[in-house]
Write a new protein. Structure first.
Length: 263
């Protein structure tokens, strides 16, 4: 296990409060749709953490929020054990693969890839309304294979790799995949998405515990915030104006790109 030097332990109280607030926003957004990393990751960068330390600490901090969100959607998970077992194995394997790539590849590779990854995630956030309409319209289509067939299994594995490596907007990807390949309602799909995201982040977090630089103050602040946000997302997330949330995510993501590119 590696611990990042200095980091948020010496940051001002306002900075730490901002990180916790970002965790609340991320926990809420992750529970409702996904892409909460686009809130917390830029804030951690702005607080002075190196990109990989920020990414790893963010992943660990969001795990409790993922648990909170999954518990909040427990009613929609009833009767979906078979699907969760099948897709969960792919999510775990993909998450471990992505986490391994993050640690084994040169740090410069991740730093160079961050702007591209964030930009791709922002595109996914922007097209999410179109995906949602597609999900609603698919009810009249022909029945899908049980559990989504091999296509969904491979898709979840690839999403797991992305999630273990970076993770922003992995929830949007999972929602889109399952919505196109499963005969289930959107809320049921969202509940499964929350569990799969938990598995991906969880296995990556366990791997990072023994292999990557961690800022434990950042982990704690994001964790506290994300737990609160996970419950808020489950309770009132469906009532929040999606355009407002989407606008905040895009704005913060653009700031993050500028922060990494300009330095």
């Amino acid at each position: 296990m590696t611990t990042a030097a200095a980091g948020l332990a010496g940051a001002s109280g306002w900075t730490q409060l901002g990180v916790c607030a970002a965790g609340i926003g991320a926990g809420m957004i992750n529970t409702v749709v996904g892409s909460g990393t686009l809130i917390t990751f830029p804030v951690l960068l702005a607080a002075g953490l190196p990109p990989i330390t920020a990414n790893v600490s963010n992943t660990l901090g969001l795990v409790p929020g993922s648990i909170s969100g999954a518990i909040g959607y427990r009613r929609e998970l009833a009767g979906q054990g078979g699907l969760l077992r099948r897709l969960g194995s792919a999510a775990l394997l993909g998450g471990l693969t992505g986490a391994t790539l993050l640690v084994e590849l040169p740090a410069g590779a991740f730093t160079a890839a961050v702007p591209v990854l964030i930009a791709a995630a922002l595109v996914l956030v922007l097209v999410q309304p179109l995906l949602a309409k597609r999900l609603a319209a698919r009810q009249s289509d022909k029945p899908r294979p049980e559990y989504g067939g091999r296509a969904l299994l491979v898709g979840v594995f690839l999403c797991g790799i992305y999630g273990g490596y970076f993770g922003a907007a992995q929830g949007v990807l999972l929602l889109g995949l399952m919505g196109l390949l499963l005969d289930k309602g959107l809320q049921e799909i969202n509940a499964v998405k929350n569990v799969l995201a938990l598995l991906i982040n969880g296995i990556a977090a366990v791997f990072f515990l023994f292999s990557a630089p961690i800022d434990w103050r950042a982990v704690l602040l994001v964790a506290v915030g994300s737990v609160i946000g996970g419950q808020l997302g489950a309770l009132v997330g469906r009532r929040l104006p999606p355009p407002v949330l989407r606008g905040v995510i895009v704005a913060v993501g653009l700031v993050a790109i500028g922060r990494v590119v300009i330095g």
